[in-house]
Design a protein around this ligand. Sequence first.
Ligand code: PHE
Length: 335
Amino acid sequence: MSFPISTFSRQVQNIKIFGKDFLADSFTNIPQSIIEKTNRILYKQKTHPLSLLKNKLITFLTFKDFQLFENFIPIVTPKSNFDDLLIPPAHISRTRTDSFFINSSHLLRTHTTAHYADILTQQHQGNFVIVGDVYRRDTVDKRHYPVFHQMDIVRFFPADSSDSFIVQSLQSDIVSLLNAVFGRPIDFRWTAAYFPFTEASLEIEIRHNNEWIELLGCGILRQEILSAGAGITNKRAYAFGLGLERLAMILLDIQDIRMFWSEDERFLGQYSDGMLKKFTPFSIFPQSWRDVSFWIKENSNFHPNDFYQLVREIGCDLIQDVSLVRFPFIIHFVD
Ligand code: PHE
């Protein structure tokens, strides 16, 4: 007997999020546990470390003339999450294995960049910052969680600004911001990157405990997004986007991303005075290892992310790591 893996995942038929009803269809893959996370809004809880970090980043931005957008709900369309950002039709993030779809016409945003079109088409032509929770199907380990938080920053320049001037401003704004947040000069390096919505795309990595950690992506916003998308022809802009958890984990010495979802006073209490300080760990569950093995039918469209999500459904946050071991045995059964 064989069961499709989705049999075990607690799926919902009629989906209610933010008071709106959606009908499930063949694209639906959003489990109840993720729907529940959309209510937490950690980045607005006054003394939550993610909210404190958000405030700190905002106060340290080198330019002060920007509008903050932090009230967009995380439900978006494939158009705003992908098409408007020139993300190609075959991009992996458009698939059910990588993103959480409410149905074929709505998904949970995979990045806060999904709101650029909303903002730009309102003829908003000033600098802006977006903060929000974002959702991705991913591996199970202490650095990944299906919900995390991002901040996107967009700064405008006059149309005649050169590429090199914009990139220099971008790099110096980012380094000044990070130096200010860390309270010391950071050890960093730039690497080339690719994002469909920026050109001259870059990533900054910072050295932490002798390891280079990728911290944020950035670049000059493609002119089509401003002109064809929003009718803005007299401006250019740079954009950068960073993950709040990644930065907070380094800054506060938090080892496990799941800690941010804790409602334990031993965690939240450490930040109740509104100060961002190094985290003092408290007792955790003793470690215990388990092996799980199963067969996958040849040519089935099984994706490891399906299994990871199942583990999250059943084990909640108690399962710290899942490592995938493939055995090269292929067994052919006679039908
Ligand atoms: N949206 C990108 C991501 O989630 C980050 C990014 C934002 C990159 C803005 C460039 C410009 O990875």
